[in-house]
Design a protein around this ligand. Structure first.
Ligand code: ZN
Ligand code: ZN
Length: 380
């Protein structure tokens, strides 16, 4: 058959998890948010941040307004999305808005009887706030932060399954690209090939722009893939992730093209020691800053403290950077269900750098690593 090769080339990965957010999960999230809204002494909440919207309703379209409070939850969207929303959002009333949408939003808020309305103060734009204030003078707008994000930071089993699958796609794609990577290719070629392999394996898209920084550029912690041609003896630091059904993975590996020299081995060895010890330290009950300190102390003890200038890691889910923070000032306390990265690095200007990053689930008994790619120094 004409397309038989295409089918055979697909990367073998684990079976795909169920595509829909289970109705029971949506109901549980709405109930948990209601409890938070009561504690905030507000009647309801207007949710506009896309990741929060998708989490609390299951809706994956690009435009909608959600109202959650004591009344039946409402999803307000336009003609393009009403049918999709009806299929994706169990337990929600779906309302089609006209233009401007604020008139419909107001009607629904008044119908629900919400007098004090929470909004996402780190997402709602100034102009939207002005519009809401002008059109709904009878409603008190209450700025809130992190209500849905806090719920999102603790993943249920269905979410962990999606993140695990995203990580499997990313791992398989990286190993495929490594098998053919060679001196003389551009960083951008590596990145494009990696994205292609992830898409072929079922990813919707990159979870974020792929970082592929070689040679001296590897000292740039967020060096976007450039036209630089990879040379013999270069480090290549690759930081990539797949998005699968709205959930991200995040991983970094640093490899050497050709043979590593003594200094490359030394720096790689320090980062690896710090990374292994810190992954082992991850457990419920620790603050982000306490986990960060494990890696920071090891790297500082070897004299490279000033060369580890970013936080240890971050939560990952619908957003690639979300709660809990794993930085040196983070008071966030880890709980089972958090999915976090552990990504220490050492960056030496004009020489290069090493970062090693794994995705880790905090469990009742400790942690589980979702990344399967070896962390021993790979010489290609
Ligand atoms: Zn990363
Ligand atoms: Zn990361």
């Amino acid at each position: 058959m004409a397309n038989a090769n295409v089918v055979e080339e697909r990367t073998e990965i684990a079976p795909e998890p169920a595509p829909m957010t289970p109705a029971a999960a949506i109901a549980g999230r709405v109930a948990a948010l209601r409890t938070k809204l009561e504690a905030e002494k507000v009647d309801g909440m207007l949710i506009m941040r896309p990741e929060n919207r998708a989490y609390i309703s299951g809706f994956t379209g690009s435009s909608a307004f959600i109202l959650v409070g004591a009344a039946e939850p409402v999803l307000i969207t336009d003609f393009r999305y009403t049918e999709q929303a009806a299929g994706q959002c169990p337990g929600y009333k779906i309302v089609r808005h006209g233009h401007p949408p604020v008139n419909t939003i107001r009607e629904q808020i008044l119908a629900a009887g919400y007098k004090r309305l929470a909004f996402e103060k780190d997402y709602l734009t100034f102009s939207w706030h002005e519009t809401l204030r002008e059109k709904m003078p009878e409603v008190e707008l209450v700025p809130t932060e992190g209500l849905v994000e806090g719920l999102r930071s603790v993943k249920d089993a269905s979410e962990i399954a999606l993140i695990r699958h995203a990580a499997e796609i990313a791992d398989a794609a990286f190993l495929k690209v490594l098998a053919t990577a060679k001196v003389g290719m551009r960083e951008a070629d590596f990145a494009v090939e990696l994205e292609y392999q992830m898409r072929k394996a079922g990813a919707e898209k990159n979870a974020f722009n792929i970082i592929a920084a070689s040679g001296p550029r590897s000292s740039l912690p967020h060096g976007a893939a450039s036209d630089r041609v990879i040379q013999d003896g270069d480090f290549l630091t690759v930081d990539w992730g797949a998005m699968y059904q709205g959930y991200c993975s995040d991983c970094t590996r640093t490899v050497v093209f050709g043979r590593a020299d003594a200094r490359q081995r030394e720096i790689y060895g320090i980062v690896l020691e710090a990374q292994l010890a810190t992954v082992d330290a991850v457990r419920a009950g620790l603050k982000g800053m306490e986990v960060d300190a494990v890696a920071r102390n090891i790297i500082a003890g070897r004299g490279y403290g000033d060369n580890f200038g970013h936080g240890l890691g971050h939560g990952v889910g619908r957003a690639v950077h979300e709660l809990p923070s794993m930085g040196s000032r983070s008071e966030n306390v880890l709980v089972p269900g958090n999915v976090v990265t552990v990504e220490p690095g050492i960056y030496i200007p004009e020489w290069g750098g090493v970062r090693i990053e794994d995705l880790v689930v905090v469990t009742e008994s400790g942690r589980e690593i979702l990344t399967s790619i070896s962390k021993e120094l790979m010489e290609l």
